[in-house]
Write a protein that binds this ligand. Structure first.
Ligand code: SF4
Ligand code: SF4
Length: 391
């Protein structure tokens, strides 16, 4: 972490904290059953953990490919020791899977693992989309197939979706099945544990979550139940604030998640060689130093861009707007600089205009203190920008 990553306000806060941040480290006790395996990679140490009861043993740093479009970056990741790639049917309108397929076809099939995520709560459509994904990937199977963006117990335990996942597994199109979730995560994890059907869960987990203690407890329960735990959103939305210039201390944020040994691997988004090197270097020393702990502790109080996905706003909104989804679109635009993806998220939910403009006296109270109507007004403007202007 570079000193110039601190803005003055955060720096002051951090300094005043002294050693208070030490309490913020995500160290776990009593998790000795989760062994980390250390090896030397071409560019430094590689730390591996077993993914639940699967037979996969993965470096703790994997590759969240969502925003990557450079085939040479994927090749560099393989050379650097990354083994697991995480994509989805919908990323970059399918081009993300196509890009990976073009790269990975030249590598032995046992030298990497891949996960993709398919949406849809309808079995026939789900399996059709999986076939399209496999064709784009130029593979006959993936290692992990997730039901994408699940946010409730009912969705996890939907007989139709479980049937679709089990069918894909029995057809040999995936070795393991799971769900991905970035909202209402505690309910989803508990349902996965109770259901006893899924092999892996891909879950948002970071130091800025208000419910991180509950997450830590449930992740431990899931791990003890033999479920592989993959962490995403470990960087908590990229930059801390849209226009502040305050950069997320990426290594510290990733280390925080990986300090929990029940997190078996994480999939930070990587879009360039610097980020690849930065993430890989984390494995040289997973311990947070005092400065990093203090920074994370201070940053956890900032409003930031990361929506907890707690859904407490949705019931109090007069129009029952999908506010967590809109806040995620906001994070894509302002945190990740992915304006097209933000637009796609909005359009997929039928949002083309500011739905708050004719609603006075907002009834929504956001747990994180977001000024929700203001953020909605900001983000819905991108829905009107022609695609040609969005990269
Ligand atoms: S202003 Fe927007 S977010 Fe607030 S209650 Fe009205 S529609 Fe919902
Ligand atoms: S906008 Fe606020 S209240 Fe709504 S899900 Fe996100 S953090 Fe929770």
């Amino acid at each position: 972490m570079k000193n110039n990553d601190f803005n003055r306000r955060t720096f002051l806060k951090t300094s005043l904290l002294g050693t208070a941040g030490a309490l913020f480290a995500n160290k776990m006790t009593g998790a000795e059953s989760i062994k980390s395996i250390h090896a030397e990679g071409k560019q430094g140490k590689i730390v591996k953990r077993k993914l639940g009861n699967t037979d996969l043993e993965l470096p703790v740093v994997s590759f969240g490919v969502m925003r990557a479009d450079n085939p040479n970056l994927a090749k560099a990741a393989l050379d650097a020791g990354i083994e697991h790639f995480d994509t989805a049917h919908g990323y970059q309108n399918g081009n993300n899977e196509k890009m990976l397929g073009e790269v990975l076809k030249d590598y032995p099939r046992n030298s990497f693992t891949i996960a993709t995520k398919v949406p849809s709560r309808n079995k026939e459509e789900f399996l059709k989309n999986l076939d399209i994904s496999l064709e784009r990937l130029q593979m006959d199977h993936v290692e992990i197939l997730y039901s994408h963006a699940v946010s409730s117990r009912d969705q996890v335990l939907s007989e139709e979706v479980i049937d679709a996942l089990k069918t894909a597994k029995s057809q040999g199109k995936t070795r393991y099945i799971g769900v991905s979730t970035h909202s209402n995560e505690p309910e989803v994890i508990q349902a996965v544990i109770d259901g006893g059907v899924h092999d892996v869960i891909l879950v948002a987990y970071n130091f800025r979550q208000d419910h991180k203690d509950e997450m830590t407890r449930l992740i431990e329960e899931a791990s003890k139940a033999g479920i592989g735990v993959v962490a995403m959103k470990t960087q908590a939305g990229g930059d801390l604030e849209a226009d502040s210039g305050t950069k997320m201390p990426n290594q510290a944020a990733l280390k925080w998640a990986l300090n929990n040994p029940n997190v078996h691997t994480a999939i930070p988004g990587i879009i360039n060689y610097d980020e690849l090197n930065e993430n890989m270097a984390v494995m040289n020393d997973l311990d947070l130093n005092q400065e990093e702990e203090n920074f994370l502790y201070a940053a956890s109080f900032e409003e930031g861009l990361y929506c907890n996905g707690c859904q407490e706003c949705t019931e109090t909104c007069r129009k029952q707007l999908p506010i967590p989804d809109m806040m995620r679109a906001y994070m894509y635009a302002y945190g990740y600089r992915e304006v097209k993806k933000a637009k796609d998220e909005l359009i997929a939910r039928g949002i083309q205009d500011d739905p708050c403009k004719d609603c006075t006296d907002c009834t929504v109270k956001c747990k994180k203190g977001f000024k929700v109507p203001r953020k909605i007004a900001d983000i819905t403007r991108v829905a009107q920008v022609p695609d040609d202007f969005l990269v």
